[in-house]
Design a protein around this ligand. Structure first.
Ligand code: EPU
Length: 422
């Protein structure tokens, strides 16, 4: 197992190019299993979660090859394979999005239930509601969802839950509906850019989807989908993490290759804190001085502030004088980073789905433990800004979602060393 040793107190300066979005690539990879020929997905980052999804597709008789130009070529071969096993699904909850494509194309699926997760309970009831509404018969056996269907039939489905819309639930239903007979309407659909990207890819495969990006998606089923070529959108969460890194170190960074329109809420929050954010086409300059101020933040479904940046923004606010309240309305228990940030001298108290942050100017190096992907990113940002040395254990979490993060931050002036645990 690896750890990071971070010599803190550096200001990050320079340019960085944003990679393709993990959370767009994962459902697109799953969708490719519905094709009758090879799909070519470009700009797929080299990440542990992408390797896990590739392994699941291989289990499902789909060949996945990475090319020299960072594309994945995905070819369905053995369509008799329908089981996504526990040993892989338990590593990544995103793997649930093979359910819809399997039922729609192969009429049969056996997908392990993903189980608990450190960021909260994360049920899949809405995923099941979606495929059931299209006519699939579902059963739970030995910790697996077993689904069987004749040809799926279009339906009107309200997909909202207690925490609003569901991103991957919308993906699952949208994918299944592409091969259903007749029209499907998804009400209270998630609006994330990753949903739009998936719909764009599916339409290239021959699907007929309208309204992706709004709360109402209408899908007219087709008989067949072919392989297609697609470039995944830039990762708005990686971009937001780098923006927060510039701010927490009071640095100056130019981000390239991003879609600033996907980051409006983040830019607005950073400006409220006093960070300068200047978009210019596909680039954005971010800089911060010492005069930052506290602010309140609420994580919401898109187009609100993403829950996937809540931890990083909390780390930033821990270094800003004044009281900030950060609330997560998507995952109200996603605060595993708080105890670890407090080990670094932060003063953060959890109250229900919120944390109250009494900001201070200096964090101090300490030994801390990464618990999940975005919590690890928050700890890394705090460590770069802190005085002294921080050791972050279990950094494999960060490798799930950020490619070569230490190398890229070191190019901007950070001092991060990856070593093996003794
Ligand atoms: N929910 C239900 N029932 C369901 C599904 C979801 O109640 O059947 C609840 C969840 O418990 C949560 C809320 O609905 O409270 C929203 O969850 P959502 O389904 O939107 O999350 P997801 O689709 O499983 C994706 C991302 C997450 C990101 C969330 C929210 C992928 C692979 N994962 O998960 O990304 O936090 O949307 O934006 O796309 C990450 O990258 O670190 C990550 C966790």
């Amino acid at each position: 197992m690896d750890r990071f040793q971070v010599q803190g107190g550096t200001r990050l300066e320079g340019e960085i190019t944003v990679n393709g979005a993990k959370n767009a690539a994962l459902p697109i990879m799953a969708a490719a299993l519905m094709g009758t020929s090879t799909s070519r997905i470009k700009g797929v980052p080299e990440l542990r979660d992408i390797r896990t999804m590739s392994a699941i597709l291989e289990e499902l008789g789909v060949r996945v090859e990475r090319t020299a130009d960072r594309a994945l070529e995905i070819t369905p071969e053995d369509e008799s394979r329908c089981e996504a096993p526990y040993k892989l699904v338990s590593q990544m909850r995103g793997s649930i999005c093979v359910l819809g494509p399997l039922v729609a194309r192969r009429r049969r699926a056996r997908v392990s239930l993903p189980g608990g997760c450190v960021i909260g309970v994360r049920p899949i009831d809405l995923h099941l509601k979606g495929v059931r509404a299209l006519g699939a018969a579902l059963a739970l056996n030995d910790g697996y969802v077993e689904a069987k269907a004749k040809r799926l039939a279009g339906a009107e489905v309200y997909l909202g839950g207690p925490f609003g819309s569901t991103a991957l639930g919308t993906c699952n239903l949208m994918m299944a509906a592409c091969l259903a007979e007749g029209q499907t309407v998804i009400e209270c659909a998630a609006c994330e850019p990753e949903i739009v990207d998936l719909a764009t890819f599916l339409n290239k495969m021959g699907a007929n989807i309208k309204g992706a990006g709004s709360h109402r998606i209408v899908i007219h089923g087709v008989d067949e989908l072919r392989g297609a070529e697609h470039q995944v959108i830039p990762d708005r969460i990686e971009a937001g993490t780098f923006m927060a890194a510039a701010a927490i170190t009071r640095g100056r960074m130019t981000l390239r290759g991003l879609r600033t329109e996907h980051l409006s809420a983040v830019a607005d929050t950073l400006r409220n804190i006093g960070v300068s954010v200047e978009p210019e086409g596909r680039a954005c300059r971010v800089s911060a001085e010492d005069d930052l101020r506290a602010t309140d933040v609420v994580a919401l479904p898109y187009p609100g502030v993403p829950t996937d940046l809540q931890a990083q923004l909390s780390a930033l606010l821990a270094t800003v004088d004044g009281i900030s309240v950060v609330t997560d309305k998507v995952f109200p228990d996603r605060f595993m980073h708080v105890a670890e940030l407090n080990r670094m001298g932060a003063q953060i108290r959890k109250e229900g789905p919120s944390v109250i942050i009494a900001g201070r100017s200096n964090l101090l190096g300490a030994e801390v433990m990464a618990s999940d992907l975005r919590a690890s990113a928050a700890l890394l940002l705090a460590a770069i800004a802190a005085q002294g040395t921080t050791t972050i254990h279990r950094v494999y979490h960060i490798d799930r979602g950020y490619e070569r993060i230490e190398g890229r931050l070191n190019q901007l002036g950070a001092k991060i060393e990856r070593t093996e645990e003794d």
